[in-house]
Structures are given as structure tokens and as C-alpha cells.
Design a protein around this ligand. Structure first.
Ligand SMILES: [Mg+2]
Length: 405
């Protein structure tokens, strides 16, 4: 089989609100680029990448000469064709490679009539558990939906738990000062004594603030303490002082960093992202290293539509050492671009697709609708806050949002 063409379409899908994080916000929508890889046998594979617009569409189109004629079964060769580590010093194509790898796995699965998890060693679970992934949120235009106070946060978590069945709550923090977010996190712990917790200020805190905060939550049912501060050395210092496993999706995102972390541990749990690591297969290789050295693993969310979610489900299905609920932004979306609409949570879990390939199909009408919405609204600066013009954070941050905003 040979690849004959690649197409990329940038879409914008609305979120339920403006969700806030340490670097800014998602401005009420996600921008994603949907990739379609075509073959001479009429089988098309689907991929997805974060961000987009002209530059992403052009970047994928620019890879066409590398891809045409390549056999989609040749995944190891594909890696070196696109992101040989020394050639990639000049062109970081890891995330582009990820989207193409998803599409090739989808093609192989469709050709062989098997789900992607069968190509990856077979599933060890039929569904993947997810955390509630709570964000502070600005009010919608009609005044509803604000998540700012501890009471609002607890009510929001309760509503998500009732709808989707989550039993793990992750708070995305680093928006307000540590004292205030501690109050919020403790309120969650008190409201859900039976559930598990995790806190992720996205590397915004100093080492000292991280230690101060960490010591005050040590007694809770924490899965882990996710990226309290920036950098392997910072995390190493926090880990020496706080008795909660540390986790990262920011500073162990490739094999060099994983090796450094094995040789001199800073992080106990590696959050594997199918885009950041360059595909599903690199995540499985990394999980194997983690299994050997008995580091924990989980599945990270970089903000997904249904295609990327399918990659996370197939990854989660085959990892024997997945000891934590995965993260997904998925339930914050209003819609999806796959046939059948959004996948559903049952008891906090999503079933792993069983159809051939990734097991999801593009809904052409939705793709067109949200491509047009992208054309109308354009991108948004993820690292800016629509309500705090001119603001940007430092690392470590001391420019936290006032608690009234
Ligand atoms: Mg994180």
C-alpha cells in the first residue's frame, strides 16, 4: 500500500465556557487540525493535532513529498523519514509526525479489519477511566457558568460527577495565588472524601511555594502532585520535601528527558501525551521504560476532539501499568467532528472503540461547519487571558489573578 495524498483542515469547536489556566485561557473554543492521509487502496486514515490555521495546514502539505509513495505499514521508517533526531534539530516535526502516525495506524487497522489496540499488543481493559479535570472558568455572557469561588468549584465538580460519574478530581490551578487555590482544593477534598484528587498548577509556582502548598495537602487522597514548579531540578527539590508522588507532562516529554529522570529522579509519574511524544507508539515505548523502572504512567490530554481521544483510548487500553485515571478536556466541548457526536462517559469511563482502525469516522457536515467557524473566528492566543489585556505570567509566577476576577 502507498500513501497518495495528505489533507489538513483546521476547525474550531466551541467549549462550554472560557476555561482558565496558568498561562491564560482557552477562549471558549478549541482550535484543532484534522489530518486525512489517503492511500492507493482507497483507505483513508485520520489524524489530529492541536492548534492550526494556515501554518498547520501548510506544514502538513509541506510533508506531502515525504509521504507520497510511503507504505503506511512502515511506521519505524516513517519516524526517520520525518523526524530523524539530527535532521529535526532544524525542523521540530514531532507533533506533525504524531498526527501522521495516528492516520497510518488507522489505515493499517482498517486494512486488516482490526482495532488499533490489536496492533499495539492487545487491550488489557475495555474502557479507560478519566478524571473530572476541573478548570476555573469565566462567566458566560448570560452570567452563568462562573467557577471562581470554592463553593462554585465544588458545585461544578458535583455536577460533572453526577453527569459523567467521575471519582477522581483534578484541579487545573496556577490561576490565583497559592493561598486561595489551597482553599479551593481543600474544599474539594472535604466535599468528596471518597474520591481521589490531583492538583496541577502547570509549573507556575516557585519551589518554595510548591513545598508550602504540598505540605498542606499531604494528608489528602492525592494521586500525585502535577508540575507544581518548572523544571526537573525544581521538581527534584519539591520531591525531597513533599511526601506526594510528583508527576509531569511538561518536562519529561521525550526519551532523553525520561533517561535523565530515571538516572536522577525528579518525577514519579509520567503523563504520556500522544501528540507531545510524537505518536501512540512512542508513548507505549516510554510506558515500557517506566514499567521497568517502576515509574507510574498516565494519559495526558492536550485538548482533544474525537480522533485524538481515540488515540488516548487505544493507548489507555493497552498499558498494563496505567494505575491512574486519564485526563481529558473532552467533556468541556459542546460538540465533536465524528459520526455519532461526542463519545459518552459511563461511570467516569469511556469505552475503547472496537471498530477497525481508530474506530471513529469523520462527520463531513460537522467538519465543514467547524472549518467555517474557524474561518470566521480565527485562532486565539492560548497564552493570553481575554479578561486581562496585556497580562502574561512569569515563571515562577507572581502575577496571579485577583480573586474577584
Ligand atoms: Mg499538566
Amino acid at each position: 500500500m502507498k500513501i497518495t495524498d495528505i489533507r489538513a483542515t483546521t476547525v474550531t469547536v466551541p467549549l462550554q465556557g472560557i476555561i482558565r489556566h496558568s498561562n491564560g485561557a482557552h477562549w471558549g473554543r478549541f482550535v484543532r487540525t484534522i489530518v486525512e492521509v489517503e492511500t492507493d487502496e482507497g483507505i483513508t486514515g485520520l489524524g489530529e493535532m492541536g492548534g492550526g490555521g494556515e501554518s498547520a495546514e501548510l506544514a502538513f502539505r509541506g510533508l506531502k513529498p515525504y509521504l507520497v509513495g510511503h507504505d503506511p505499514f512502515e511506521l519505524e521508517n516513517l519516524r526517520f523519514a520525518i523526524c530523524n533526531p539530527t535532521a529535526s534539530l532544524y525542523n521540530n516535526r514531532t507533533q506533525l509526525h504524531a498526527a501522521i502516525e495516528f492516520a497510518c495506524l488507522d489505515i493499517i487497522g482498517k486494512k486488516l479489519g482490526v482495532p488499533v489496540y490489536q496492533l499495539l499488543g492487545g487491550k488489557v481493559r475495555d474502557s479507560v477511566p478519566f478524571a473530572s479535570y476541573l478548570f476555573f472558568r469565566y462567566a458566560n455572557e448570560d452570567g452563568s457558568g462562573e467557577v471562581r469561588t470554592p463553593e462554585q468549584l465544588v458545585a461544578y465538580a458535583r455536577a460533572l460527577k453526577e453527569t459523567h460519574g467521575f471519582t477522581t478530581h483534578k484541579l487545573k490551578g496556577g490561576v490565583f495565588a497559592p493561598e486561595y487555590e489551597l482553599e479551593c482544593f481543600l474544599a474539594l477534598a472535604e466535599a468528596f472524601p471518597e474520591d481521589r484528587l490531583r492538583y496541577d498548577p502547570n509549573g507556575a509556582y516557585s519551589v518554595e511555594d510548591s513545598i508550602w502548598f504540598g505540605k498542606r495537602i499531604e494528608h489528602l487522597k492525592n494521586d500525585y502532585y502535577e508540575d507544581p514548579t518548572w523544571g526537573l531540578n525544581g521538581l527534584r527539590r519539591v520531591r525531597e520535601m513533599v511526601r506526594i508522588p510528583t508527576a509531569t507532562n511538561t518536562v519529561v516529554v521525550n526519551f532523553e528527558q525520561l533517561a535523565a529522570n530515571v538516572l536522577n529522579p525528579a518525577v514519579d509519574v509520567i503523563l504520556l501525551d500522544t501528540t507531545f511524544w510524537g505518536g501512540i507508539r512512542p508513548c507505549i515505548k516510554a510506558a515500557g521504560v517506566c514499567e521497568t523502572f517502576q515509574l507510574g504512567v498516565s494519559v495526558h490530554s492536550s485538548g482533544e476532539l474525537g480522533i485524538q481521544l481515540a488515540t488516548m483510548l487505544h493507548l489507555g487500553a493497552v498499558l498494563p501499568n496505567l494505575a491512574f485515571a486519564a485526563d481529558a478536556h473532552y467533556h468541556h466541548l459542546q460538540d465533536d467532528i465524528i459520526v455519532g457526536g461526542k463519545m459518552r462517559y459511563e461511570n467516569g469511563r469511556i469505552r475503547v472503540p472496537d471498530k477497525p482502525g481508530l474506530g471513529v469516522e469523520l462527520d463531513r457536515d460537522k467538519l465543514a461547519e467547524y472549518a467555517e467557524l474557524y474561518q470566521r473566528l480565527g485562532g486565539y492566543p492560548y497564552d493570553r487571558d481575554p479578561k486581562r489585556p496585556g497580562w502574561y505570567p512569569l515563571i515562577p509566577n507572581d502575577r496571579f489573578a485577583p480573586t474577584w476576577l
